[in-house]
Design a protein around this ligand. Structure first.
Ligand code: ATP
Length: 370
């Protein structure tokens, strides 16, 4: 991306005790959230969890039923959308078709009579590398270029906070991946606070420095993408962010470094530091790519967990890796992702197999087993 003189500090955002009730439906029961200035923050969750409602509350398009919204320490709760230092980029670009790219970007500035609109619009277009297309009309642009114009238009008056509501949802997969990286670069360049709403976990993890996983109007877990992936706190997070193998059982051993759980007669060990609970009936898990598949009973050391024998009930090839579904009596289904090597699949459907993993890769959840 082109470098420019765009840098302007973002503001932090604070949601304090937010509740949002619609007639007959409570979309958000109680939400507390602080987003530090200059961060790229993703609100991630399935359809209907309350992401867009949260964004609309911040933008001032909805009023909260209770709670306060502060931007840069200033209470904006009762303010109209245009009074807030906030702009939004939506999935639908909503560009004016009869105006040029430049006019589209300068439009808001003209209305507000801020500075030299043309110079500022050019500057915003340079930021998204579209200045050379300034005199075109939206219809003469690709979808990705139109979305970049929408971004330039939202950035041109330098909002302290930029809200992005599934902004890449209308783009095809390849362009979407490219735009994800570009958006991240732009955010780093302008230093503004970005609040990005998406249901795409890969998108959230690629772009954001902090991800909040939202479910049924509440935040289940918040943290750096790697942290959420490595140490999910709830069953929902473990399953929504990638895939997990989860096992339920009582804690039967507890030392300062590890806990042991009895899962249908098999002992599964998890490091104490990676488990949210250390007693009672708990759920432990491991990611499918952390597992090794064995076609003969392996001799394992005390640093590994072992399940099996089981039977491969499904094999699906997906280019770089193969996914194996293994049925282990008493334990249930286990998913294994194995990198594809030149010598073909590790095991075929119907084969007897064992599954093992380094105990350091397991985790223990904090929610009550279902
Ligand atoms: P999506 O990804 O599908 O846009 P979302 O997570 O953004 O979903 P919201 O649009 O915030 O979800 O909606 C949260 C819940 O609030 C949904 O169950 C929705 O049906 C409900 N809701 C949203 N707006 C209204 C409204 N105006 N009246 C009643 N219910 C509403």
């Amino acid at each position: 991306m082109a470098s420019g003189t765009f840098a302007e500090s973002g503001a932090d955002l604070e949601l304090v005790g937010i509740q949002k009730r619609f007639p007959g439906f409570t979309a958000i029961e109680h939400l507390d959230l602080t987003i530090p200035a200059g961060s790229f923050f993703a609100l991630l969750g399935p359809s209907g969890c309350g992401k867009t409602t949260t964004l609309r509350l911040v933008a001032g398009l909805e009023d909260p039923s209770a709670g306060r919204i502060l931007i840069g320490g200033k209470d904006v709760t009762g303010q109209k959308p245009y009074q807030r230092p906030v702009n939004t980029v939506f999935q639908s670009y909503a560009l004016f078709p009869h105006m040029t790219v430049l006019e589209n970007v300068a439009f808001g500035l003209r209305r507000r009579k801020i500075g030299d609109p043309v110079a500022k619009a050019h500057e915003a277009l340079r930021l998204v590398e579209l200045d050379h297309l300034a005199s075109r009309r939206p219809v003469q642009l690709s979808g990705g270029q139109q979305q970049r114009v929408a971004l330039a238009r939202a950035l041109v008056n330098r909002p302290a906070l930029l809200l992005l509501d599934e902004p890449l949802g209308a783009l095809d997969l390849k362009l979407r991946r490219q735009m994800q990286l570009e958006l991240k670069t732009i955010q780093e360049e302008v230093g503004l606070t970005f609040l990005h709403v998406t249901h795409d976990q890969e998108e959230a993890m690629t772009m954001a420095d902090t991800v909040a996983v939202m479910n049924k109007g509440q935040i289940e877990q918040m943290g750096a993408p790697e942290q959420l992936y490595e140490l999910p706190k709830t069953t929902f997070v473990a399953n929504f962010l990638g895939q997990s193998n989860l096992f339920v059982g009582p804690v039967v051993g507890n030392t300062s470094t590890s806990i042991a759980v009895d899962v249908a007669g098999t002992r599964i060990v998890v490091p104490t530091a990676r488990a949210h609970r250390h007693a009672g009936e708990i759920t432990v898990g491991v990611r499918p790519e952390k597992l090794s598949l064995h076609t003969e009973a392996p001799v394992i050391d005390s640093g590994r967990n072992l399940l099996g024998p089981g039977r491969v009930v499904d094999v699906s090839f997906s280019g770089v890796s193969t996914q194996y579904l293994v049925e282990v009596a008493g334990v249930g289904s286990v998913i294994v992702f194995a990198q594809n090597m030149a010598f073909g699949p590790v095991a075929h459907e119907g084969a007897e197999v064992w599954v093992s993993w380094n105990i350091d890769h397991g985790f223990g959840l904090d929610d009550d087993p279902a």
